[in-house]
Design a protein around this ligand. Sequence first.
Ligand code: 5GP
Ligand code: MN
Length: 316
Amino acid sequence: MRIPRRLLSVLRGEGPFLIAAHIDPDGDAIGSSLALSAALEAAGKKTFLYSRDPLPKYFAFLPGRKKFTARLREIVEEDPVLVLLDCNSPERAGIEGRRFRKAVVIDHHETAKEFGDVRWVDHTAAATGILVYRLVKALGGRITPEIATNLYTAISVDTGTFRYSNTSADVLRVSAELVDAGAEPNRIADHLYETWEYKRFRLLVAALNTIEVRDGVAVIHITKKMFRDTGTSAEDTEYFSNYPRMIGSIRIAVLLRELEQRGWKASLRSKGAVNVARIAERFGGGGHRNAAGFKTTSDLKTIKDTLFQAGRRSRR
Ligand code: 5GP
Ligand code: MN
């Protein structure tokens, strides 16, 4: 995973930089963006951080998070260089239809568009946080405790805290260096996994009660009514797709969440060789081999039938 020279020269060049995370931002998108912003600012550059959607509340512990804004207009007036992080198209960041002086993409998704003047898309990287770590080092920056906490969180989230198949020796080495630089594994894991509100647990119970297991696929779903009844919202479903994944015999785990407007958001997780990015692409979504997603206006039964069919095919 060589860093493109042009990427280094753009980031060493004139700012300001508009760092944009993807819609429904996750820990990798948020942590990587905050880390890159801190590193560029330490090098004297001006940066803006953009997220169309609010940050989930359990990322409130991340240093620098208040720098994120959803207001684009004033930023665009400063003629920034766009840096897309953990995504590779303006649509995924929710900024389509704008023009930028220059656009840079730093990402690790398999589903990649051709957007950008300089692109670093390495789908062998476990997290965008790993790429940003290499970048900060290559730019000669110091890994401060703030940067370390953000990058360690990014890597944690995308590796299921070092349990998914993307957890390599390299991932652990980088993470160990981040701990040396000030990231605190226990504190970060507490924030990610052990700070639930009780209502979130009640939502999980309701979701688990919907489970269907067939053809190597386990599906749970959450309706708008369940959100209403428990006083929860979409951000409370983060991590839920991991529960059906715990069943030993399944190859694909799915969480379906009913959308406010119409249709469903799917989160797919797979074990081993089954590529859920390919399944998500059929619905206009995308992602990685073992973690992908899509949004669709199809009804629940049609989605589930398609998923069970994919499960049957994956057995062959
Ligand atoms: P999650 O299911 O946790 O939302 O996302 C799992 C992975 O799939 C993440 O890497 C995420 O970026 C990607 N992903 C989720 N939804 C979509 C989508 O609608 N389109 C694309 N291209 N990727 C998605
Ligand atoms: Mn990621």
